[in-house]
Write a protein that binds this ligand. Structure first.
Ligand code: FAD
Length: 296
């Protein structure tokens, strides 16, 4: 049936935002303009990704440290197992704790393209091992990754769900999902989590589609199905950036509202360091700037 109208009794959702660490001075300017634009929306936290192979460690750290010291946002640092010994990873985590960072998004990370994953000798093998290691270091809040459409290299959906449970049992308190467009698939995944005894929040990762062709390419790599209706929505918008933004905003806002109608009240938005779509989506969902939170 039709979506329920968002009434005064339905509070706006809780949002968190994800950024990636800037590689150049120009990208750094872009990121901080984005942060200043989104900060007044008072996200629950903002997270900063960690590059493949741990390559961006210094940039991730610098971005997170600046968020911690210069803004009143709550930063979360992504951290992976790849390319480093346990001691090296632990050292990074201790550095975060000392910088006042209390939230880690603990991940395995990916191998270089075209190769199979192999743990670093002396490194953490799986994200669940990293979670256990972090618990030994400090009382971090720990988020982990979940895959409504199953991680591409999992032996089976059941195995992948067992793995999610292992990460939560090791001390993570919530999961953030890989992005998805097929909302029904996520809702079935939630049911499977509940049946497996998982009670931690499984926060949907929301990807506003700023470039459809790129989204198709990226989705193939991470196992996200791109439904035909999404392609049809973007058809004919190749030379019309304004229409593309409108479609992207409507699609994501509608997805969030469908999820809200099904009881989900918290969302993690992949901003790609661009504020416009995220800001527009938040506005439609009833999230309004708060003057007290503007000092980014
Ligand atoms: P794990 O939970 O370790 O699982 C990886 C695979 O191994 C799964 O198939 C799982 O089923 C399997 N597995 C786990 N344990 C076992 C076991 N004991 N025996 C057999 N199989 C097992 N990547 C980055 O490099 N930097 C980032 O900042 C980053 N941020 C992300 C944020 C989110 C919200 C998400 C969803 C993903 C992110 N990624 C990031 C991508 C992530 O690193 C990859 O998806 C990676 O391939 C898996 O990471 P994981 O933490 O899910 O691994």
């Amino acid at each position: 049936g039709p979506l329920p109208a968002r009434g005064a009794d339905q509070p706006p959702p809780l949002l968190s935002f994800e950024f990636f660490p800037p590689r150049t001075e120009a990208l750094e300017q872009q990121l901080w303009a984005c942060i200043r634009r989104l900060a007044p929306l008072a996200p629950r936290f903002v997270s900063v990704t960690y590059g493949a192979g741990g390559s961006t460690h210094a940039r991730t750290h610098a971005t997170v440290a600046r968020l911690a010291s210069e803004t009143d946002l709550v930063p979360a640092a992504h951290l992976t197992c790849v390319g480093a010994t346990r001691e090296e990873v632990d050292e990074v985590a201790r550095g975060y704790w000392q910088a006042g960072v209390r939230h880690i998004v603990a991940l395995r990370g990916d191998p270089p393209p075209g190769t199979d994953y192999a743990p670093h000798p002396g490194g953490y093998e799986h994200a669940s091992d990293l979670v256990a290691g972090l618990r030994r270091i400090a009382d971090f809040e720990i988020s982990v990754a979940a895959y409504p459409e199953t991680h591409p290299s999992a032996r089976s959906p059941e195995d992948d769900l067992d793995n999610l449970k292992r990460k939560l049992d090791a001390g993570a308190t919530r999961a953030i999902t890989q992005y998805f467009f097929d909302t029904a698939t996520y809702l079935r995944f939630l049911d499977r989590c509940l049946a497996a005894g998982i009670t931690a929040p499984i926060v949907p990762g929301i990807m506003p589609v700023s470039n459809f062709a790129q989204a198709v390419k990226f989705s193939a790599m991470c196992g996200t199905r791109v439904p035909d209706w999404l392609g049809a929505m973007f058809e004919g918008t190749e030379d019309d950036p304004e229409m593309r933004r409108t479609v992207a905003t409507v699609v994501a806002a509608e997805q969030v509202r469908t999820l809200q109608a099904n009881g989900v009240d918290e969302f993690h938005v992949y901003t790609l360091n661009r504020p416009e779509l995220t800001h527009a989506i938040a506005h439609i969902l009833g999230v309004r700037p708060r003057p007290a939170n503007t000092q980014a």
